[in-house]
Design a protein around this ligand. Structure first.
Ligand SMILES: [Zn+2]
Length: 329
């Protein structure tokens, strides 16, 4: 436990009350050659706030498939995806198991509903509470094997399972952004997002680029259902890391990292290294991805005090979910 206390970063993600399908985020960790005790960083939802999500009890995600086709098609990939997590170091006690059909019917809020949706690719972050989206009634994962975010079906689903366990995207960490959400360790090109042209139609410049514009504020982007919310920082997050981070503090190896080649339009990619270099896709979880999940499920009592920092808006938020960039919705 004391070792875990040396982890530097805590991000509290906040859940936006959304009434549209969203997806749970990616998230990154540092390469295993570095000490995970001194360089660990990750983003997961804040379990100590009155949020609308929570960790899964007993490190178990019970899943129900929407239909037989979903089970037949997605089942093997979900297993392969969990094997990627185990290979990266996630203990075997973390399990995803098919729930009894009665549980699926009678205990909907306590299961992850997995279904095929060729037009979307997203998952709830953690055990989303039903009040956040009464129509869904509980946590969901909309998956399909043709999604090409990472270029590999098992890797794509491993990324989504990272969300299902509770992880967010590395780039949601506000310490990686300069004031007013300008570039710091990433180079973000909002006008390169696939849905930029559609979303700015009819908007004034300040509604796009202003402090609360859809290219600057994750809340505004979320409200507009604009994919920028997958990139912009979640400022209702707390970091012990401080603001003195550099590119070296980013876990570029995380499976929760968004590679440059997804989510862009004819102008180019939306996210780069600060020097303009492309961010590659990671096909397996990193050591710090695993640490992030373990922190949420095993060490959450160790950081309660840190979570009580500056977060005036936190209680207004419920669940953060996100669309996967580059998906065909
Ligand atoms: Zn994601």
């Amino acid at each position: 436990m004391s070792k875990m206390k040396s982890f530097i970063l805590f991000i509290l993600a906040l859940l936006l009350v959304c009434h549209f399908p969203v997806e749970a985020g990616n998230h990154l960790w540092e390469p295993s050659h570095q000490s995970s005790l001194t360089h660990a960083r990750w983003a997961h939802f804040d379990n100590h706030r009155r949020t609308s999500t929570s960790p899964w009890p007993n490190k178990l995600i019970p899943i129900c498939y929407g239909n037989l086709e979903a089970e037949r098609e997605l089942g093997p990939y979900i297993k392969a995806a969990m094997d990627l997590w185990y290979a990266a170091g996630l203990p075997a006690e973390y399990k995803i198991q098919r729930a009894h059909h009665l549980k699926c019917v009678l205990e909907r809020p306590d299961v992850l509903w997995v279904y095929i949706d060729p037009g979307a690719f997203f998952s709830s972050v953690g055990k989303e509470k039903p009040k956040e989206n009464p129509r869904r009634g509980g946590p969901v994962a909309a998956l399909h094997i043709s999604h090409n975010q990472l270029g590999d079906p098992a890797a794509n689903i491993a990324h989504e399972l990272g969300h299902a366990w509770g992880l967010l995207h590395e780039n949601h960490n506000p310490v990686f952004w300069a004031p007013n959400n300008f570039d710091k360790v990433f180079k973000f090109r909002c006008d390169h997002l696939a849905d930029f042209d559609d979303k700015i139609m009819g908007l004034q410049q300040w509604e796009i680029w202003g402090h609360d514009g859809i290219c600057r504020s994750s809340e505004a982007a979320m409200k507009a259902q604009f994919s920028a919310y997958q990139y912009l920082p979640i400022h209702d997050a707390v970091s012990k890391h401080g603001w003195y981070v550099t590119e070296d503090d980013v876990d570029w190896n995380s499976i929760m990292m968004l590679p440059s080649w997804v989510g862009g339009n004819h102008r180019g990619s939306p996210l780069f290294h600060l020097d303009g270099g492309l961010i590659g896709a990671n096909l397996v979880p990193s050591a710090q991805d695993v640490e992030g999940i373990r922190h949420l499920y095993e060490y959450r009592l160790s950081y309660e005090a840190e979570l009580l920092l500056n977060d005036p808006r936190a209680f207004e938020y419920s669940l953060f979910r996100q669309y996967a960039p580059g998906c065909g919705h």
